[in-house]
Ligand binder design. Structure first.
Ligand code: PMP
Length: 438
C-alpha cells in the first residue's frame, strides 16, 4: 500500500531521495498527476489538464487496449527473448512491414538511448569507421555515447564540449539560419555543411561511421527540414563510406500525419532507424530497424543480449499500439488536427506580431515567438509567461524548445481532438493579448 502524501512532502523528499539533476515540471507550482485518459491528465484534486506535451502516450494516456494487452501478458508470462515466443516474431514482422526494403531486421531494446547506442555499434561494425556526424543542437540520448553526439548536451550547461570523434553539421534552420524560407536551394546548401564535416574528417585521415538526424528537429526548435536536405546529406555520407540514421524516437509512428516516419517527408531511406517513446505508449521499450547486411556485419561472434528487450509484455504492448494506430486512423487524425492547429496559429499570427513562425507536420509543431519580426529577437521570457498562463488559467500543459528557448513546443497524444485544438487556439489568443497588454 502506498501512502498518499501531499505535494509539499513529495517535493521535499524528492530533493534528497532522488538525483537532483532532474527538474520538476512547473517547479513553482508542481502538479501531482494521478491518472490519464486520452489527451488529458488528471491531478489529485480531480482537475483535468489538456496534455500537449506528451508524445510518448501516443495513442492516448492509458488506452484501454494497451492496458489490456499489458495486463493479459504480464499475468501469463514475462521472460527474456531467448525462448521462442509468438508475439516477438509477430511484432518484428509488423514493425519491419512499416519500412521499405532493405530495412528488414529488428533489434529490441528498452529506451531511445539504447537504440541509438546500438546504432552506433552497428555502424562501426559495418563501416569499420568510428566517427559520427550530428546536427547542431540535437539530442539523441542520455548514455555516455549519446551525450557525445548531442550538442544540446555537450555544448550546454555542464557539458564537456565536442569529443574528437564527433563533427557537428550546421542546423538547417529555415527561419533564422543562413539560408531561409524562400531559398529553394536551402536543403542542398545546408547539406553542403555535412560534406564540409566529412572533408574535415578526411583531412585528419578519418571517415564517418554514422550520420545522425531526426526527420524534424526536436531540440533544434521543432524545425521542419528544408526540401532535399536529407537527400543531399545522405548522399555525401554514403559517398564517404558512412551510414545514415533516422532518429524517430520523438517523431515516429504517424505523428507527422503524412507518413509513418518523419524522415519519409524527405523522401529518403535510411540505413538504420531508431524508435522509442511512442512505440510502447509509455511502456519502456524501443527498437532499431536496419538492413540484413548491417545486421550481418554486427554478428561477428559477440552476442547481443538485452535482458528486457523484446520481452513478451513489450511485444504485446507494441502490437496493441500498432493495431490502435491502424484501427483508429491516428495518422490521418494527426494530419487533420495538425493542419487545423497550424492554420489556426497562422491566423493568430496575422493579429499577434509576436508569432514569428508556425511550423511542423501533423501533430509535431513549433510556434516561434519573437519580439521583432525583422531582427528575430527571441521572446523567451514572453514564452515562459505564455506557458505559465496557459497552465494556470486554461489548464493546458505546454513546453518550450529551441536553442533560444522561444519556441512553443506542441506534441500532444494523438487523440488530441479538433475541440481540444480549438480550445488551445482560443486560450493562446487570450494569453497573447495579455502579453501585448503587458
Ligand atoms: N532521441 C531523441 C530524438 C529523443 O528525443 C530522446 C529522448 N528525449 C532520445 C533519443 C532518448 O530516448 P530515451 O530517453 O528513451 O533514452
Amino acid at each position: 500500500v502506498i501512502v498518499e502524501r501531499d505535494k509539499a512532502f513529495l517535493v521535499r523528499e524528492r530533493q534528497h531521495r532522488i538525483g537532483r539533476s532532474l527538474s520538476i515540471a512547473y517547479g513553482s507550482a508542481p502538479l501531482k498527476i494521478v491518472a490519464g485518459e486520452g489527451a488529458y491528465l488528471i491531478d489529485d484534486e480531480g482537475t483535468r489538464w489538456l496534455d500537449m506535451v506528451n508524445n510518448v502516450c501516443h495513442v492516448g494516456h492509458c488506452h484501454p487496449r494497451v492496458v489490456k494487452a499489458a495486463q493479459m501478458q504480464i499475468a501469463r508470462l514475462n521472460t527474456n527473448s531467448r525462448y521462442l515466443h509468438d508475439s516477438l516474431v509477430e511484432y518484428s514482422r509488423r514493425l519491419a512491414a512499416l519500412f521499405p526494403d532493405p530495412l528488414n531486421v529488428c533489434f529490441f531494446v528498452n529506451s531511445g538511448s539504447e537504440a541509438n547506442d546500438l546504432a552506433i555499434r552497428l555502424a562501426r561494425a559495418y563501416t569499420g569507421n568510428r566517427d559520427v556526424i550530428t546536427v547542431d543542437h540535437a539530442y539523441h540520448g542520455h548514455l555516455t555515447s549519446l551525450i557525445d553526439v548531442s550538442p544540446y548536451k555537450f555544448a550546454g550547461k555542464g557539458g564537456e564540449g565536442r569529443p574528437a570523434h564527433v563533427r557537428v553539421a550546421e542546423m538547417p534552420d529555415l527561419y533564422r539560419g543562413r539560408y531561409r524560407y524562400g531559398d529553394t536551394d536551402a536543403g542542398r546548401k545546408y547539406a553542403e555543411d555535412v560534406k564540409r564535416q566529412i572533408d574535415a574528417l578526411a583531412a585528419e585521415g578519418r571517415k564517418p561511421a554514422l550520420f545522425f538526424s531526426e526527420g524534424i528537429l526536436g531540440t533544434g526548435g521543432q524545425l521542419v527540414l528544408p526540401e532535399g536536405y536529407l537527400r543531399g546529406a545522405y548522399a555525401h555520407v554514403r559517398a564517404a563510406g558512412g551510414l545514415c540514421l533516422a532518429d524517430e524516437v520523438q517523431v515516429g509512428f504517424g505523428r507527422v500525419g503524412s507518413h509513418m516516419w518523419a524522415h519519409e517527408t524527405q523522401g529518403v531511406v535510411p540505413d538504420i532507424v531508431t524508435m522509442g517513446k511512442p512505440i510502447g505508449n509509455g511502456h519502456p521499450m524501443a527498437a532499431v530497424v536496419t538492413t540484413e547486411a548491417i545486421a550481418a556485419a554486427f554478428a561477428n561472434g559477440m552476442e547481443y543480449f538485452n535482458t528486457f528487450g523484446g520481452n513478451p509484455v513489450s511485444a504485446g504492448i507494441g502490437l496493441a499500439v500498432l493495431d490502435i494506430i491502424r484501427d483508429e486512423r491516428l495518422m490521418h487524425h494527426c494530419a487533420v488536427v495538425g493542419n487545423r492547429l497550424m492554420d489556426g496559429a497562422r491566423e493568430l499570427a496575422s493579429r499577434h506580431t509576436i508569432i514569428g513562425d508556425v511550423r511542423g507536420y501533423g501533430l509535431f509543431n513549433g510556434i516561434e515567438l519573437v519580439r521583432d519580426r525583422d531582427t528575430l529577437e527571441p521572446a523567451a521570457a514572453e514564452l515562459d509567461f505564455v506557458i505559465a498562463e496557459m497552465k494556470e488559467r486554461h489548464r493546458i500543459l505546454l513546453s518550450s524548445e529551441g536553442p533560444q528557448h522561444n519556441v512553443l513546443k506542441i506534441k500532444p497524444p494523438a487523440p488530441f481532438s479538433a475541440d481540444d485544438c480549438d480550445r488551445f487556439l482560443e486560450a493562446l489568443d487570450a494569453v497573447l493579448a495579455q502579453v501585448k497588454a503587458a
